[in-house]
Design a protein. Structure first.
Length: 418
């Protein structure tokens, strides 16, 4: 029960909502001070109960009086039960569409944050499915509704949903949401390339978008985050209308700039939360510097391995160890495959078997190891056929190649488990 001395707060608020500007500007500050006193006296639950009649109009921003709305916002930011009260009452997607009409993205972001940290719950999986479809449909429907920008609001709600779905502590979720809002200038590039739809820019194609990012020096530490999905979606973006030669030129310019800057991992965790399924894998496939470093190591080891077959096992173990380090450092598995297939099948099998054992718990490797094994075995068959033809023509024993493998402890008929 609200003490009598505080009831005038809510009486004045009702009057202002019914008749805007009926409460004088100098009266609002004392009203806020009274609210603070109630909180200090442990009357939060009573305050929450008294404010419930005002919250619908506040959330939907349907009241004419901005002064009244601002006062309710002041209270809502202190009401620890706001989100729990809104659960089951407020459809966030419908709320986003309402705020699109208002065009107030910063306030909408603050509202989502407050709802989240005060216990708002919904079926986040269903929400994500709906938002994924919204983002996909932007490819054909665009990111505007007349003069209203829709893309940012749906991306903001998508970000909020992905954070609420995560297993992170609530404080960390809300910190990431603030980081999202603070870094939208860069993240709109990320959402654009991830959704194949330019969001928040007036550019006609992704070559222009990429050039714009390359010219934004303040965003240089995050170029590597944009580079990976751009490389992954290069052909798709060209199919959507970006000229291949222009995008290639912009892409090369971006890579040149990347070589001159030190990347920051500040936004890595946020991006992993926003794009959990494919974001890590794209980074793993397209980490430029790691592969450049690997090329030197592979070239050095290959020189060592060209000596004799007798040294194959020891050198294979050494190379397998280095390749394992490369895979665990996010070098693309496809590049590891390419290097393995450059060796004769005898060496490739030796390296593969040791590497496969070392990476038995690495999901990225194990998802592709079966295919790599089959390619090495296919190469083995080709080499055997070629050797049989050569030795048969010279009268040599057609089993020479098989015997050579046996001497090196390889059963040519063995099927290697992945």
């Amino acid at each position: 029960m609200i003490p009598h001395k505080y009831q005038s707060i809510f009486m004045l608020l009702r009057e202002e909502i019914q008749k805007p500007e009926s409460v004088q500007w100098f009266e609002w500050k004392p009203m806020k001070e009274e609210v603070e006193k109630m909180l200090k006296q442990g009357l939060m639950q009573d305050l929450h109960t008294a404010m419930q009649e005002f919250y619908e109009g506040y959330l939907w921003k349907s009241m004419e009086s901005y002064a009244a709305w601002s006062f309710i916002d002041f209270v809502a930011q202190r009401d620890d039960a706001l989100g729990a009260w809104a659960t089951g009452r407020i459809d966030l997607l419908a709320l986003a569409e309402r705020w699109i009409e208002l065009g107030e993205s910063k306030r909408f972001s603050a509202l989502l944050t407050r709802l989240g940290e005060t216990g708002y719950e919904t079926d986040w999986e269903a929400m994500r499915t709906t938002l994924d479809e919204k983002l996909r449909r932007m490819e054909v429907e665009g990111t505007r509704n007349g003069m209203k920008e829709t893309g940012y609001f749906f991306c903001l709600l998508h970000a909020f949903t992905m954070m609420m779905m995560s297993a992170l502590p609530m404080a960390e979720k809300m910190a990431l949401l603030k980081q999202f809002s603070d870094n939208w200038d860069f993240l709109r590039y990320m959402y654009s390339v991830m959704t194949r739809t330019i969001i928040g820019f007036g550019f006609a194609n992704f070559a222009q978008l990429t050039n714009c990012l390359t010219n934004a020096k303040s965003l240089e530490p995050y170029y590597h985050l944009y580079h990976s999905p751009l490389k992954e979606r290069f052909n798709e973006l060209c199919d959507k209308g970006t000229k291949k030669d222009k995008l290639q030129k912009a892409f090369q310019k971006l890579e040149q700039h990347m070589e001159q800057v030190t990347p920051s991992d500040e936004l890595n965790k946020l991006c992993e939360v926003l794009f959990p399924e494919d974001f890590r894998e794209m980074l793993n496939r397209h980490r430029l510097k790691s592969y450049q470093e690997l090329e030197g190591e592979i070239a050095h080891i290959k020189e060592e391995m060209n000596a004799t077959v007798d040294a194959l096992k020891g050198q294979a173990k050494e190379l397998a160890e280095r390749l394992r380090t490369a895979v665990e450092a996010s070098v693309p598995v496809k590049e590891i495959e390419n290097e393995l297939l450059k060796f004769p099948s005898v060496g490739a099998l030796q390296i593969f078997m040791q590497l496969n054992t070392l990476l038995v718990n690495n999901k990225a490797w194990m998802s592709q190891s079966g295919s790599i094994r089959d390619k090495i075995l296919a190469k083995q068959q080709q080499e055997m056929l070629l050797n049989m033809n050569i030795t048969a023509q010279s009268g040599a024993n057609v089993n020479a190649f098989v015997q050579q493998q046996t001497n090196n402890s390889i059963d040519p008929t063995r099927q290697i488990t992945s």
